[in-house]
Ligand binder design. Structure first.
Ligand SMILES: Cc1cc2nc3c(=O)[nH]c(=O)nc-3n(C[C@H](O)[C@H](O)[C@H](O)COP(=O)(O)OP(=O)(O)OC[C@H]3O[C@@H](n4cnc5c(N)ncnc54)[C@H](O)[C@@H]3O)c2cc1C
Length: 220
């Protein structure tokens, strides 16, 4: 696949360190859940980003967290509208398997991106979304999801409407949708732990799909 140059339509700050980049649509299309490779300042610096918009939307969106010592995101953060970005794709198999079955989507941070693409493409999905972040201000897209699915936010570092905690604690106790398939996206630690809990609770490996973003988290 050859890299394409796509113009930036909009670059929006979503929270202290998360950003939404809306790019012009490429000449190819994608399936909800797929990703693109993005080239940084140097050609050898390539990183993957889930596509956060649906193929029927009028832009190709990505959501990224700025990692100050990273190779690519400090380059992305300085880009402005009308500038261009090198993108390759689409890749990936974190696509929807069975639209008819209830979906349990667990995301940490920017791992919510593919879920946004799913719901924008298939508003009728029977979706339960668990979004784990550090602070309330990191609950970007809350307005988009609330009321359109069962939306369960979690903040690990502050109280949220009287409750706080982690996705994995909730998974141990909550009522799981009957016959659900689980999609896990973001920090590898969450994915690993969530899969173990879901297995114990009766969701087998073949009904669990994973998209790990990173293994050793940068934190601040
Ligand atoms: C399949 C796939 C899809 C991905 N999709 C997205 C996406 O949609 N949005 C997104 O923000 N990232 C996504 N990532 C991660 C992304 O590819 C980069 O690794 C990330 O943006 C950091 O790039 P960087 O070059 O600035 O830092 P790097 O030099 O790659 O990383 C520096 C350090 O930060 C850690 N790190 C990377 N990402 C995070 C994070 N989000 N939170 C905490 N620590 C982190 C790394 O493990 C590493 O230790 C995805 C990764 C994969 C494998």
């Amino acid at each position: 696949m050859k890299p394409m140059t796509l113009k930036i339509l909009e670059h929006q700050r979503l929270s202290d360190d998360a950003y939404l980049l809306r790019l012009e649509k490429p000449e190819w299309t994608w399936k909800p859940g797929q990703l693109v490779g993005v080239t940084g300042k140097k050609a050898q610096d390539q990183r993957d980003y889930s596509i956060a918009s649906g193929p029927e939307d009028d832009s190709l969106d990505i959501v990224y967290r700025l990692i100050p010592h990273g190779a690519v995101t400090p380059y992305l953060v300085n880009l402005v509208e009308e500038e261009a970005l090198q993108v390759t794709g689409p890749y990936g198999r974190f696509t929807l398997r069975d639209l008819a079955r209830p979906m349990l989507f667990c995301a940490t941070g920017t791992g919510i991106a593919p879920c946004r693409s799913y719901l924008r493409s298939f508003p009728e999905l029977k979706l339960t979304l668990l979004h784990g972040v550090r602070y309330q201000k990191d609950l970007y897209f809350r307005d988009e999801f609330e009321g359109r699915c069962q939306y369960l936010p979690f903040c690990s570092r502050e109280d949220l409407d009287g409750s706080s905690g982690r996705i994995t604690d909730a998974l141990k106790e909550m009522e799981l949708p009957e016959g659900a398939q689980a999609y896990l996206c973001g920090a590898n630690e969450m994915i690993y732990e969530a899969e173990e809990i879901l297995n114990h609770r009766g969701i087998s490996h073949k009904d669990i799909f994973r998209e790990p973003y990173y293994y050793r988290a940068y934190d601040n």
